[in-house]
Design a protein around this ligand. Structure first.
Ligand SMILES: O=C(O)c1ccccc1NCC(=O)[C@H](O)[C@H](O)COP(=O)(O)O
Length: 214
């Protein structure tokens, strides 16, 4: 099953909406962004979120103590790093707690991905390089730059309900991640999230049907 992550949720209505859908992760953006939320809001949203959905904290060069506090208080269940965090930063976080770490890579070449695989993160999130933007750009990158992957990875960057099937035909990741592509006027749009989720689950069904025919 491909994991589905919807990033940048910030309203109670967003949480109540996704609780009815077949999704696996939601992203809470603590980094500087129009989607940024603070710890208090995140705690309230986590309380309302279905227990089997992971809340992923999204950070850019954050003080480790803040991340550790959010994990220990049960507000986030995964950590997603979008800054210049290196292997030492990741090792230090791992020493403090047992929480999966996702390192975001803004893909410019296969080499950028290969190097990121050596940082010791549990998962990678492959996103688009856009100057002066750390994430949430709504722009796609060329999947030909993705090498054979050893680390499980989320496909991100400019996904939409309309293009996700075509992108999945090119590469099958561990998970898919979307933000701008399920928004209208800067807010999450439940109809778009439903369509995105349905497209992925339908893709999986056709794929398993084809495998059964073999
Ligand atoms: O979404 C943001 O505003 C953001 C800001 C700073 C760092 C990371 C951010 N988002 C991380 C995500 O996981 C996004 O879903 C990912 O970049 C894909 O975004 P999009 O291309 O808009 O689907």
């Amino acid at each position: 099953m491909i994991r589905i992550k919807i990033c940048g949720l910030r309203r109670k209505a967003d949480i109540l909406g996704v609780n009815h859908l077949d999704i696996n992760d939601v992203g809470f953006v603590f980094a500087d962004s129009p989607r940024q939320i603070d710890e208090k809001i995140a705690a309230g949203l986590r309380e309302k979120l279905r227990p089997d959905i992971d809340a992923v904290g999204v950070f850019v060069n954050e003080a480790p103590e803040k991340i550790i506090g959010l994990v220990k208080n049960g507000i986030i269940q995964k950590i997603q790093l979008h800054g210049d965090e290196d292997d030492e930063y990741i090792r230090n976080l791992k020493r403090e707690m047992n929480c999966p770490i996702v390192k975001a890579v803004r893909v410019q070449s296969a080499d950028t991905v290969l190097r990121a695989q050596r940082l010791g993160a549990d998962l990678l999130l492959l996103d688009t390089y856009v100057k002066n933007m750390r994430g949430g750009s709504g722009r796609s990158f060329d999947l030909k730059h993705v090498p054979e992957m050893e680390t499980p990875w989320y496909m991100a960057g400019g996904l939409t309900p309309e293009n996700v099937t075509e992108r999945l035909r090119m590469r099958i990741p561990y998970g898919v991640d979307i933000s701008s592509g399920v928004e209208t006027n800067g807010y999450k749009d439940m109809k778009k999230i439903e369509k995105f989720t349905a497209m992925i689950r339908a893709f999986e069904k056709t794929r398993s049907g084809k495998e059964d025919e073999r």
